[in-house]
Design a binder for this molecule. Sequence first.
Ligand SMILES: [Zn+2]
Length: 233
Amino acid sequence: MYRHLEIKGWDAKKMKNTKVVVGGAGAIGSQVSMMLARIGIGRLIVIDHDILEEHNTANQLYTSEDIGMRKVDALREILKDFDAEYIGISDKVQNVDWESIDADIILGCFDNIGARFFLNMIAVTHRKPYIDAGIESFRGQVWTVIPGKTPCLQCWSDMFPKVKPKAGCSSVESAPSTFFTASYAAALQAMQVVKIVLGKPVEPFIGFNLKSGITMPMKLKRNEKCELCGGIR
Ligand SMILES: [Zn+2]
């Protein structure tokens, strides 16, 4: 069993009582799952339908021994020594029975924009915080949706390339990212989880560019005309 850090203002009990859905067990999802397990989050529900391929080991948490395994199973092996209860669902997020999922916070870690917009919709519909991460080469952004308080992805869908809301898959191919770009996005995402659990204010949008060293939180306003969250107070 791992010892968790003791930091001023930390609340291990709150962490343990928190259930997080991680959508995607790829570059960002595998790393943020590890981070959340290490800080003592009580339950991780990881959803990904992919099988691990050789090229995935370049920027994901896995090793060559995991090739051919379902990503959710490979990640279970990696996290087996942590206290976190682990539930791996090897399916597309669109096929999951969301009524049966008991979660406090939902994370979107897919490179598939359609899947991320689907999770945004699920989170807003269920009034759960949604933390979305996207990366491309050395850049990325983390978007934190608190339904009724901060903008959802749908509010400013123009910021995403060729978004097809609720679509099963996206035709947008993202440029490959490095392991550490994913680590950085995962760390920003994990920090937002911590803030939500501890009841601290969150940044609605954080953009970063590792090449220039810039990390920039942005004050993003809600779109009152948003079809998804516009009516929520
Ligand atoms: Zn919205």
